[in-house]
Design a protein. Structure first.
Length: 165
């Protein structure tokens, strides 16, 4: 058994705000749009409502929300709904920022909600597509708001196009 190894430490950096009021005007507007979007989520099974708002570089804002299905794998997260809609409707315009907010019918969500693994991978794909980082703003119902300046903070050592050559 080979016991020789080195350790790799990976760190992530987030901006932490006490509330959305402390965000820039642009980020604050985007998180408010994400909150609006969650009101139209289709979440009859989990009662966990997620809204996402994508800000494109041209100033356009595209909304998305989670869409559940009785066959669970057939549903889709708010982040992917928003990003895919933005790409379908504004294909050549890079994504600048995505804001995510949530609400539960059963409990208060304290602290920020973060994208699931599949959504992180999709955000990574669009960073690669546009060769630009995407700012990610994450909020729960109460507590701090987190912001990351790239998906790298949430998905270090990610799988990407380099492995497919």
């Amino acid at each position: 058994m080979n016991t020789k190894f080195t350790k790799l430490n990976i760190t992530s950096e987030f901006e932490v705000y006490e509330s959305e009021k402390d965000l820039s005007q642009e980020d604050n507007q985007l998180i408010k749009k994400a909150k609006e979007a969650l009101k139209n989520a289709h979440a009859p099974y989990s009662n966990f409502f997620v809204g996402a708002a994508v800000l494109l570089e041209n100033g356009e804002i595209v909304l998305g929300n989670n869409q559940e299905n009785a066959a669970y794998p057939s549903g889709l997260c708010a982040e992917r709904v928003a990003i895919f809609s933005a790409s379908a409707n504004f294909n050549s315009i890079p994504v600048k920022t995505i804001a995510i907010s949530c609400k539960s019918a059963q409990t208060i969500i304290e602290g920020p909600v973060t994208p699931c693994g599949a959504c992180r991978q999709v955000i990574a794909e669009y960073e690669t597509k546009y060769n630009k980082p995407i700012r990610i703003i994450m909020q729960g119902e109460t507590g701090n708001v987190y912001a990351a300046n790239s998906i790298n903070a949430l998905l270090p050592l990610m799988f990407n196009h380099k492995y497919l050559k």
